[in-house]
Design a protein around this ligand. Sequence first.
Ligand SMILES: [Zn+2]
Length: 67
Amino acid sequence: MTVTTRKNCYCYTCDKYFHYLGINRHRSMHRDRKEDCIIMYTHGDTKTFRFSKLQVASNDEVERRFI
Ligand SMILES: [Zn+2]
């Protein structure tokens, strides 16, 4: 098993590299700002997160619908 200490996750949105242990926290930051982000993970898989569309269905909105 290989343990890597290099920063090998990459955020296309910010044009920055992140350590794989920090990338989830960084993704949460985009979610909190309701920004879309594109992140490349350790193994080269790239994922797009469309957080800008979440503002329509926040937790509050969902709860209100069921009352
Ligand atoms: Zn970013």
